[in-house]
Design a protein around this ligand. Structure first.
Ligand SMILES: NC(=O)c1ccc[n+]([C@@H]2O[C@H](COP(=O)([O-])OP(=O)(O)OC[C@H]3O[C@@H](n4cnc5c(N)ncnc54)[C@H](OP(=O)(O)O)[C@@H]3O)[C@@H](O)[C@H]2O)c1
Length: 342
């Protein structure tokens, strides 16, 4: 049983349009005791994702909110330090939904159930490219979009955590890939490192005009991670039997008032199109399919795990804010530092 301090972030006050350090409060407490059916983990890496701002919501979607005075959560890669749970043993490395703290007591259930990380996988990959982020990219592409080689694939948030993996997987699958991202550095990375066919900087370019130029036959697949106006532009250019993969709506999580939905959904009727949302956590039971496909690609360097790493639990609020300001390039991670006295 660890006797160390448990450093924690708590929710201090509701969001008023913008996320800042003031929404969180730092505290130190003792490490909790483990009861039957529980295990205690030492959090090693936090995977930070824009959806986490929903912890401030008053219940939309249901179950997402965290009350003031309690710790927000992240997906994390953690080491089991004590267990009274039949499925998890001391020393196991797990991926699961953990609080922003050094040590989390859990029974492994919840919105994102905990699963063991296979031995030998670097922990940063386990938190990103082979964590829920990678599962979302892999299954969003292969199960929701169901691509055929040669098709034109457009993706928003292309240089982010999910986007950087999905863009590369689409390219590896033989698709023509157009990435939309928010800075010259991101577009440069997409073309030079990720190997996509073209990138559009939506802050500097007319996205509709560029999509028309780059996709003269239209778009077969639009993989959307940001929502908002880009979705409408892509729908307008969707080809017959085109697919829209609804992965995330980063541009809308803090939008007040919420933006109206796309005005041109009739396009789905006109092209016999399909628009489908999905939750990556529903693919957790099938994670070995994604691991088997992606691990060799990562090891060979054909698939690059682009990571943006801040070091130390203190940095967690800053890491979340970076996703909303677009500062992150690739998967935003926090590598945890050691608590005092460890
Ligand atoms: N369906 C699922 O199960 C599932 C699971 C995990 C994540 N997600 C969702 O997938 C999306 C991507 O997650 P991620 O962790 O990979 O995040 P991310 O893409 O690495 O980071 C968010 C990016 O969104 C862009 N962005 C921020 N504000 C924006 C705005 N107002 N308009 C347009 N773009 C904006 C920024 O990139 P630019 O600089 O390019 O604008 C920022 O870097 C999120 O919406 C997340 O909630 C869904």
């Amino acid at each position: 049983m660890p006797t160390q301090t448990n450093r924690r972030w708590l929710i201090a006050k509701p969001l008023e349009g913008k996320l800042s350090q003031a929404n969180f409060r730092w505290m130190e407490s003792t490490v909790p005791s483990v009861a039957d059916g529980q295990f205690l983990v030492h959090n090693r890496w936090l995977s930070v994702d824009p959806t986490q701002v929903l912890v401030f919501n008053s219940g939309d979607p249901p179950g997402s909110a965290v009350p003031i005075g309690e710790a927000p959560w992240s997906l994390a890669v953690s080491e089991v330090v004590e267990s009274r749970h039949p499925a998890f043993s001391r020393g196991d490395i797990v991926h699961g939904q953990m609080a922003w703290e050094d040590y989390t007591l859990t029974d492994g259930t919840g919105f994102n159930p905990a699963f063991p990380v296979p031995a030998g996988i670097p922990l940063d990959w386990a938190a990103g490219a082979l964590g829920l982020t990678g599962l979302v990219a892999y299954f969003g592409l292969h199960e929701v979009a169901r691509p055929k080689p040669g098709e034109t694939f457009v993706i928003s948030g292309a240089a982010g955590g999910v986007g950087s993996i999905a863009s590369q997987l689409a390219k590896i699958h033989g698709l023509r890939v157009i990435g939309i991202a928010g800075s010259p550095a991101k577009c440069d990375w997409l073309v030079r490192e990720a190997g996509v066919d073209a990138a559009i900087n939506y802050h500097q370019e007319d996205v509709g005009k560029r999509l028309t130029e780059l996709c003269p036959q239209g778009i077969d697949i639009f993989f959307d991670t940001v929502g908002g106006p880009t979705l409408e532009l892509a729908l307008h250019r969707l080809r017959t039997r085109g697919r829209v993969v609804l992965c995330g709506i980063t541009s809308q999580y803090l939008a007040d008032p919420p933006a109206p939905g796309p005005a041109n959904l009739v396009q789905l009727i006109m092209v016999n199109g399909r628009m489908e949302g999905f939750l990556g956590r529903d693919f957790i039971p099938r994670r070995s399919e994604a691991f088997d496909a992606m691990l060799p690609l990562l090891r060979s360097g054909r698939l690059k795990s682009k990571e943006d790493v801040l070091v130390g639990l203190r940095e967690a609020p800053k890491a979340l804010a970076r996703l909303l300001s677009g500062e992150n390039v690739g998967k935003q991670l926090v590598r945890m530092d050691e608590p005092p006295g460890s």
